[in-house]
Design a binder for this molecule. Structure first.
Ligand code: HPA
Length: 236
């Protein structure tokens, strides 16, 4: 039988209302195996592993987004449009652009500035401002605060360039942008266009503005766990 989309072999109904999206397929597998009960692999086209299982009795899915806006653009659009997914929560990493944000801190992306032309497709007579879902944003901030995590809520930069020849990324700090990653703006555009909810939660994995101490793998894993648990707790 033909797949529903070119990139997803899951049958209709195979995804829960909320899908968590790490960039890395191996992280998707790790979350399914370590945080979900009765997780089943529902997609593995191009190794973009997607699972549906249960977190504390609540049905929830996790699927990789791949790296960059073209990739998350495809996968999130298909989840929203063809699988009736209502919320996508990206859980990723970012580089800090803020001197007060250190490795392992969290950023909850209220807005996503971008150097990409992803939103050109909407032919708007100005600049669209991609923002996260207020419902998910408020829930994530409340949950992160209740857990005593170090986090900030604000703008991030979704960039097309991990290696930027112009070295202009730091210019965004002048506008108070907290961190740089590569996916949130496209995810927020898709959610806006399709009237869905999306949020991006990030752990700071490196800093572009300050000398940072090395962290141990154990510490990195603990932060990752905090982020995953916040996302799973606010999923509905
Ligand atoms: N740039 C873009 N994406 C990232 C970075 C970065 O420095 N760190 C983690 N994700």
């Amino acid at each position: 039988m033909a797949y529903i989309t070119p990139h997803n072999q899951a049958p209709r109904g195979a995804f829960a209302n909320t899908v968590l999206m790490p960039g890395d397929p191996l992280r998707s597998k790790y979350i399914a195996e370590n945080f979900l009960d009765a997780a089943e692999l529902v997609n593995n086209v191009r190794g973009v592993q997607g699972y549906t299982g249960y977190y504390k009795g609540k049905r929830v899915s996790v699927m990789a987004s791949g790296m960059g806006m073209p990739a998350i653009g495809i996968y999130s659009q298909e989840l929203f449009q063809f699988y009736d997914v209502t919320s996508v929560i990206r859980i990723g990493s970012c580089g800090s652009l803020d001197r007060d944000l250190h490795i392992r801190d969290l950023i909850i992306a209220q807005g996503a500035c971008t150097d990409s032309n992803y939103a050109d497709q909407y032919r708007l007579p100005g600049t669209f401002c991609p923002i996260g879902s207020w419902r998910l944003l408020r829930a994530a901030a409340d949950e992160a605060a209740a857990r005593g995590l170090n986090f900030k809520v604000g703008n991030v930069l979704s960039s097309d360039h991990f290696y930027n020849d112009s070295r202009s990324t730091l210019d965004w700090t002048r506008m108070g942008v907290l961190g740089v990653e590569m996916e949130a703006a496209a995810l927020y555009c898709n959610a806006a266009r399709l009237k869905k909810d999306a949020l991006c939660i990030l752990t700071v994995s490196d800093s572009l503005v300050g000398g940072e101490p090395e962290t141990s793998p154990e510490e990195r894993e603990r932060t990752f766990t905090d982020m995953v648990e916040v996302a799973l707790t606010i999923a509905d």
